[in-house]
Ligand binder design. Sequence first.
Ligand SMILES: [Zn+2]
Length: 372
Amino acid sequence: MRFAEIEGFEDVKERLIKSSGRNHHAQIFYGQNGSPNLSLALAYATYINCESPAREDSCGKCASCIKIDKLIHPDLHLIFPVSSTVKVKASDAISNNFIGEWRSMVLSNAYPSIDDWLSFYGAENKQANISKEESRQIIQKLSLKSFEAKYKVMLIWLPEYMHPASANAILKILEEPSERSIFLLVTNDYQKLLTTITSRCQLVNIRLFKDEEISAFLRKNLGIEKERAMNIASQCGGDICEAKRLAEDKISDSGSLFREWMRLCWNGDFTSLITWADNYQALSKVQQKNLFIYGISLLRNAIISGLKISELVRVNTEDFDFAQKFGNSVDANKIEMITNHLDKAHYHIERNASPKITFLDLSLSIAKVLKS
Ligand SMILES: [Zn+2]
């Protein structure tokens, strides 16, 4: 992974490159799910070991770059949460026994979540962790001399899943760092780590993506056209995993679904709304939530449509027309009430309320507001 492969984040990249001459032996790459914390850590590991790095990036061509790119460099040690599976018994659940799967996942998806990982190796609904046994492996790996690299890198993905015994083993190593060994802790939640660990690490804070970075990523990597890319970017809250899910999600064109649904509510067509509730139930949870998020952002646009057209640049033509018409025929108070209903329903769906009942209940409330 080279820095150039990560869209945006020029400030973080520059800071990492600048610090690369005097590498701190332990660094926390902290960013929420959907941020490029893992890819930045990998790009950094590539950079510090590159045989002929340029000012702004690794060369991508030397033996070290190629091996790290494929995640097969002997001095790049990868630790991540795992669990037992049908094939692997609990005592064998250590990173080494899953390295092939982890590699394949990261090579095909540089922004994985823990759920992506668990479903990738067939352990959905299992409790993954970085076990006590793993700490022995960590110590053993670090006691080896580096084979060929400038720096031996121990990258721990999601250290918040560490068993306390592993955490203590790592603490010992952090207290007596071996020369030319670097720890990269890639976390979604550094507050869950022991303060004795965090206090010995340098924190690299990584924000979520900006809308324009998401949009550029979608266009470049998934060939999505501009308008749709911007549309998705405005819905995913900077989370690139969510953006990819939305982009791959062809059935849920939230825009047309929402417009049609509002028409049914407007007409008080309850027979159709009951059928719709069944269809809504059949959507994935992400799609269910997206419909509401989309509605909220569209209605917000309906309120401001009369005020500032420039605010509407993110909206496509059909949504723009809809927002304008809706804004003209429904007063701001009512729109506010509908938005609150959507917001509440979103909250319930997130907490696993019945989708069908939530949807029906919401449709009735919206119809009532529109009729009043
Ligand atoms: Zn290189």
